[in-house]
Design a protein around this ligand. Structure first.
Ligand code: SF4
Ligand code: SF4
Length: 222
């Protein structure tokens, strides 16, 4: 299932919608905002993010290399995935280094969105690589090249300065797709809404391409 969906929608379907640790991290970040910690929440600056994101690939290939020599050691090192500690054995049923590691990651998730998924998860890295070839991409407009609105809101920092979405980093939260069709948020749409309102023109529905459906000229009266 995961292999098929990675080639269809990228890692985002699993990482964004099915992974229990990713979901827990996301929930903690949201709860942090709800309970008044919003002012302490931060996004890792993009230049630093662009460096840190490679760590997970290093871990992935490191584990792969070790597994060729010693499966036992690879299994131990695979504990970099805190799934076992968090969900199978329980945070307080393990020795303190494991508990500290998992609790530290979950604690950090309150303040920045999904740090483990973005920077450390070898499974995420393994799914990210084939995501390059995913069949269905998210929509973009011509104006996205210069507009930074979606990039600012992307919690995964997956949108680059030219408005392109990095398929390997996108966790398919769909926030940018909400913007895409929102005529109060997406600048080209907002401009067109204002223009039409000022000119007394009707606001037609927004089409699949993210623009207002063109106004059809009225047939001339005979
Ligand atoms: S807000 Fe609109 S134009 Fe700007 S990046 Fe998003 S979809 Fe593109
Ligand atoms: S905002 Fe868009 S590009 Fe960023 S993670 Fe969500 S779906 Fe992917």
């Amino acid at each position: 299932f995961i292999i098929v969906t990675v080639f269809l929608w990228g890692r985002g379907l699993f990482c964004g919608w099915a992974c229990p640790f990713g979901s827990l991290s996301e929930l903690l970040y949201k709860v942090g905002g709800w309970v008044g910690l919003k002012r302490f929440q931060f996004k890792v600056p993009k230049p630093l993010h662009d460096k840190l994101k490679w760590i997970k690939y290093g871990i992935f290939f490191g584990l792969l290399a070790v597994s060729m020599f010693s499966m036992g050691l690879a299994e131990k090192l695979a504990e970099v995935e805190p799934f076992k500690t968090t969900f199978l054995v329980g945070l307080f049923n393990r020795s303190w280094p494991y508990t500290l590691f998992a609790a530290g990651l979950l604690g950090l998730s309150i303040f920045t969105e999904r740090p483990f998924c973005k920077y450390l998860c070898p499974l995420g890295a393994g799914l990210a690589m084939p995501s390059t070839f995913r069949w269905f991409g998210l929509k973009r407009k011509q104006e996205c090249d210069t507009c930074k609105a979606c990039a600012v809101g992307c919690g995964s920092s997956a949108i680059d300065k030219d408005g392109r979405i990095d398929q390997r980093e996108c966790l398919l939260c769909l926030d940018c797709m909400v913007y895409y069709y929102e005529d109060h948020a997406c600048p080209p749409l907002a401009q067109e809404r204002k223009r039409r309102t000022k000119a007394g023109l009707p606001l037609t529905p927004i089409g699949a391409n993210g623009y207002y459906i063109p106004i059809k000229p009225m047939p001339a009266a005979k």
